[in-house]
Design a protein around this ligand. Structure first.
Ligand code: AOS
Ligand code: ZN
Ligand code: ZN
Length: 387
């Protein structure tokens, strides 16, 4: 690919930001407060718009209901538009009520299943008002002890709830089904892996696709294989990008394993799936517990851009030829040459051409925005977890 073609693909790239990444967060041990943290959904959107202003590739913000509950979602969408961004995926939350101790849509109690399904349906109503395309579903449902509940019945309950919500989706709306190996359930999780998610999505129909959260696998899992498999059968709907060292660490994407991120983006480029028209949502799902949030999110966006630029630089003809010739080392070298390229000058040049500062983090630091929000916002909101 020529440098111009690489740049034009990068210009069209879109990365969605999670509203909750701007709020205070922590671990089960402590939620740390930071100065200047948003007090409302509007302020989270304003911060996301700042990230977009300095990077040029983050035009949408995912909401989490009820953390971002407002009376008028159409007005919130209009507010986002004024800020220069749009509202993205609606994330449901059926994991925070006492009622959900034994599960939400898989709970043995039908009245709790009804309550959970009603929340998911309410999220689709919100999508109608915000104009959002995607409903992102993550279920904490599972069990802690062998025998605690019937594993097969739970799958049936899950399928029933998903079907009801699927049938409520509008023509242009989609369902993204996220999976997670464990936590908070420690024995069984009802959607523990991509295969389970894929099987449910297949049963539901074309509007249901899999969301890959890069932090939700067992150590050593080959995530790019999952990407390749799902792309081929058109069942990859979205990513929740973040980094992990141990479990669902939610650290900045590309921080723990930039090579893995490159390998994932390499499959995306190979499958011609980078362009927004292809319909894959590239979202971040991160928590910035100890680092300053806005620059950390800018850095994360840049990490995705860097991995993407390297993937675009892979000499596809040379790679294909080496693969066909059985040239193992040559094929591997074609990938590694691209990965080892320093793409920062290319991205700096691209930003300058787009009228952006070549160094988005430095530009943000100089802008005075942090000083302003620190002054304006006393008592910032927690992202949503914990007390
Ligand atoms: C939870 O582990 C998942 O990553 C979900 O995407 C979740 O909804 C999000 O992290 C906000 O808590
Ligand atoms: Zn996630
Ligand atoms: Zn997660």
């Amino acid at each position: 690919m020529t440098t111009e073609a690489v740049k034009s693909a990068l210009r069209r790239q879109e990365i969605e930001l999670p509203s909750w990444a701007f709020g205070n967060s922590g671990t089960r041990f402590k939620v740390f407060s930071q100065p200047g943290v948003p007090r409302s959904p509007e302020e989270k959107i304003a911060d996301a718009a700042v990230v977009h202003r300095y990077t040029g590739v983050a035009p949408s913000v995912a909401l989490h209901i009820p953390w971002d509950k407002v009376d008028d979602y159409a007005a919130l969408a209009a507010y986002a538009k004024d800020q220069g961004v749009r509202l993205g995926a609606i994330n449901s939350n059926v994991f925070q009520d006492d009622d959900y101790k034994l599960g939400s849509v898989t709970n043995p109690d039908p009245s709790i299943r009804r309550k959970a399904t009603d929340h998911l349906l309410e999220c689709v109503d919100i999508m109608d008002a915000t104009g959002s395309r995607d409903l992102k579903l993550w279920f904490s449902d599972g069990t802690n002890y062998p025998g605690q509940d019937d594993i097969q019945d739970r799958q049936t309950r899950l399928a029933t709830a998903l079907k009801e919500v699927y049938d409520r989706l509008g023509a242009d709306q989609r369902m993204l089904l996220e999976y997670k190996l464990f936590e908070p359930a420690f024995y069984t999780t009802d959607v523990p892996d991509w295969g389970t998610s894929y099987a449910h999505c297949l049963e539901l129909g074309p509007k249901a696709t899999v969301c890959i959260d890069t932090g939700h696998h067992a150590p050593g899992t080959n995530i790019e294989f999952i990407v390749a498999f799902l792309l081929r059968v058109d069942k990859l709907g979205a990513f929740d990008f973040n980094s992990r060292f141990y479990a669902d660490d939610d650290l900045m994407v590309g921080a723990a394993d930039p090579f893995q991120l490159f390998r994932i983006m390499n499959e995306i480029v190979r499958g011609d799936a980078l362009d927004p028209d292809r319909g894959i949502a590239f979202m971040l799902d991160q928590c910035h517990n100890i680092e300053a949030k806005i620059p950390a999110i800018i850095r994360s966006v840049m990490n995705v851009q860097e991995a993407t630029a390297k993937a675009l630089l892979v000499d596809r003809d040379a790679l294909r030829k080496a693969q066909q010739d059985g040239d193992v080392l040559g094929a591997n070298a074609a990938l590694m040459d691209a990965y080892n390229t320093d793409v920062r000058p290319l991205l700096a040049e691209l930003r300058t051409e787009q009228g952006l500062d070549p160094d988005p983090v430095a530009a943000y630091q100089r802008s005075g925005y942090f000083e302003q929000i620190t002054k304006d916002r006393a008592d910032g909101q927690q992202a949503g977890w914990g007390a």
